[in-house]
Design a protein around this ligand. Sequence first.
Ligand code: NAG
Ligand code: NAG
Ligand code: NAG
Ligand code: NAG
Ligand code: NAG
Ligand code: NAG
Ligand code: NAG
Length: 311
Amino acid sequence: MRSIHSFLGSWIIASGAAWNTDVHNQIGFMAETFLNKYTKSILEHVLEPQYNGSIGRAAAWADAFAHTKEGRYSYQWHWIDTHDDPPAMCALNYAYDCSEGGCVVSAIANQTNILKGCIEDVKSGSLKNGANLTCSYALKWVSHFLGDIAQPLHASGLAAGGNFFNVTFGNVSTELHAVWDGYIVYSDANVSHPFSNTSISPFFSKLVSRIHKDDFIQPTHSWLACSDPSAALACALKWAHESNAWTCGYVYSQIHNNKDLAASGYARGAYPIVELQISKAALRLGTWLNKLVEHRHRSDQQVVFGGGGHD
Ligand SMILES: *[C@@H]1O[C@H](CO)[C@@H](O)[C@H](O)[C@H]1NC(C)=O
Ligand SMILES: *[C@@H]1O[C@H](CO)[C@@H](O)[C@H](O)[C@H]1NC(C)=O
Ligand SMILES: *[C@@H]1O[C@H](CO)[C@@H](O)[C@H](O)[C@H]1NC(C)=O
Ligand SMILES: *[C@@H]1O[C@H](CO)[C@@H](O)[C@H](O)[C@H]1NC(C)=O
Ligand SMILES: *[C@@H]1O[C@H](CO)[C@@H](O)[C@H](O)[C@H]1NC(C)=O
Ligand SMILES: *[C@@H]1O[C@H](CO)[C@@H](O)[C@H](O)[C@H]1NC(C)=O
Ligand SMILES: *[C@@H]1O[C@H](CO)[C@@H](O)[C@H](O)[C@H]1NC(C)=O
């Protein structure tokens, strides 16, 4: 059983501190910057009041929940274990790799579908103030899993997502999953403390600006090639494929000997990948949520138009 294969920042839990979910919060805050007003006004009724309508604040819930007795069933929804052999061979086979009980790909599809109905309920006035937990959970899971699926080692089965692949980072003995969950991000952002869980931090605001300037190693429009929530399974599968490809393209192929990954240049070489994957996750999440809300909005209007009504 893996104990810590679950999220960006999990290494802090492994070391016993409480810095475990901040990167998920930040991806959520980045995504919020892409939401239109109408989407925000709908989603704030899906979430329980404690989140104050903030996707960023809600984006970390899924990890805590997965570690409760009640939420244990959702633990495996945070990743997909491929049966490939990076760096020699990368491959993802949904039917074979998505375990019984679900994986991050099926969970994105399932929760997106549930969320669709919830959005309709808010529009019709039958859902307010996060009163339906199935709905609140669906939004919190979607906000979390679109982050997880962009982390290369959440789409890789080798050594349980790298959890059993020991490495050294900045003189600390750790494992590869933790390095990609947290160490590289903190090192790239040059911080020694957690990111905020209530507002966007400078490192992530800069990524948002770069998204607007199309300033990444891959063009931003290509990130949205699959971003239609009505094709949720196909899109989630494509995103998982992309993440999995990085395990051959960098994650395992650039590890040489037992060199310290912070000192060897490995971390530095990973910065553009981590920045890309985090930014993709945020833009996709914001776009996904807008489309989920807008889709129904449009079809509502079509009904009105069809009836020769106002607008
Ligand atoms: C809740 O959100 C509103 C607007 O989005 C903001 O003005 C307010 O300060 C927030 N409250 C808290 C407690 O964060
Ligand atoms: C879909 O979501 C519901 C509600 O969270 C859950 O009970 C069910 O097990 C999920 N199904 C799959 C296949 O993930
Ligand atoms: C909560 O939302 C789910 C998903 O839309 C729905 O199936 C369920 O009936 C709702 N529960 C209540 C009490 O309205
Ligand atoms: C990796 O590290 C853990 C904890 O330090 C240790 O128990 C385990 O034996 C190590 N695994 C390998 C393959 O060296
Ligand atoms: C790692 O340890 C070496 C030797 O003690 C030291 O020179 C180096 O600064 C340390 N690196 C970090 C990142 O702490
Ligand atoms: C990282 O932060 C430290 C202090 O917090 C600062 O001295 C150093 O110049 C920063 N390094 C980079 C590369 O920005
Ligand atoms: C947010 O972070 C603060 C400390 O920085 C912590 O006390 C608080 O519990 C965190 N809130 C949540 C919801 O994780």
